[in-house]
Ligand binder design. Structure first.
Ligand code: MF3
Ligand code: CO
Length: 256
């Protein structure tokens, strides 16, 4: 069942989303070569605590961390470790889901430490534009798979692969709610999108083949062909005036 969020729920989710967007601004400068992914997770945990955010991942199916940090050929759900030391040139994906007063927002970004190769910059840009096209398709009255088709079309038109094993999702009091939002598919299928629905849209894309496998830790997903992967995610709320992205800085925050 896809729940409709009332204005109370939407406001709480928007607070969670805004705080996550501000956290990512800090992460872009905080994360440096030589740091472990465990240290990055600890920084995130401090921020969440200081801002009354509750991690949705810590304790979820036994997961022990407040973020997923996936490096290079790791696609998603990278487990923060003391032994993973970040290096110049690494393509890093950070994924954080947290709740404010019981209402969740989920967000992920991909970025490179230091100078970015043109090919990698284009690849990241395609992840972002696929996310944007997916969000633009999330209009009241459209069908759920219109989002999926828009994402797939953008990714494949640039020659990249769409990971099949993971998907976006509804979100609210729980991190994962109905519906599942695939990153591939044909337009015009699935439930009709309605105002008040909230979705986490999260394309996971590969430079090479889209096949992935899980590490023995049971979480970290890597590309089989060792090609680089990008993952970006935003949480949106559908309104009569289109989708509102709650995990991006709002105009007043951008002005500072
Ligand atoms: N955005 C990720 C997802 O929806 C967050 C996962 S947290 C984890 O799958 F605990 F499942 F790792
Ligand atoms: Co998610």
């Amino acid at each position: 069942m896809i729940t409709i969020k009332n204005s109370f729920a939407q406001e709480k989710m928007a607070i969670a989303g805004s705080l996550l967007a501000q956290l990512f601004e800090k992460l872009y400068t905080f994360v440096q070569p030589g740091m472990t992914t465990h240290a990055v997770d600890a920084f995130i945990e401090n921020y969440l605590t200081a801002h009354k955010l509750k991690s949705s991942s810590k304790g979820y199916l036994g997961y022990k961390h407040v973020s997923c940090i996936s490096v290079n050929d790791e696609v998603v759900h990278g487990v923060p470790r003391e032994t993973t030391v970040l290096a110049l040139g690494d393509l890093i994906k950070i994924d954080i889901c947290a709740s404010y007063d019981g209402y969740c927002a989920d967000m992920a970004r991909s970025f490179v430490l230091g100078a970015v190769d043109k090919a990698v910059a284009d690849f990241i840009q395609t992840g972002q534009s696929a996310l944007d096209k997916g969000i633009a398709a999330a209009q009241e009255g459209a069908r759920l798979s219109d989002i999926s088709a828009a994402v797939q079309q953008e990714v494949e038109s640039h020659g990249y692969g769409v990971v099949r094993e993971f998907a976006g999702h509804g979100i609210g009091k729980k991190m994962h709610e109905d519906p599942e939002i695939l990153n591939y598919g044909k337009r015009g299928c699935g439930p009709v999108i309605r105002a008040g629905m909230a979705f986490a849209i999260e394309p996971m894309i590969t430079m090479g083949d889209y096949k992935i496998f899980l590490l023995p830790d049971g979480w970290t997903a890597k590309t089989v062909d060792k090609s680089l992967a990008v993952h970006v995610e935003d949480t949106i709320i559908i309104t009569n005036n289109g989708p509102v992205i709650i995990t991006r800085l709002q105009a007043e925050e951008l002005r500072g």
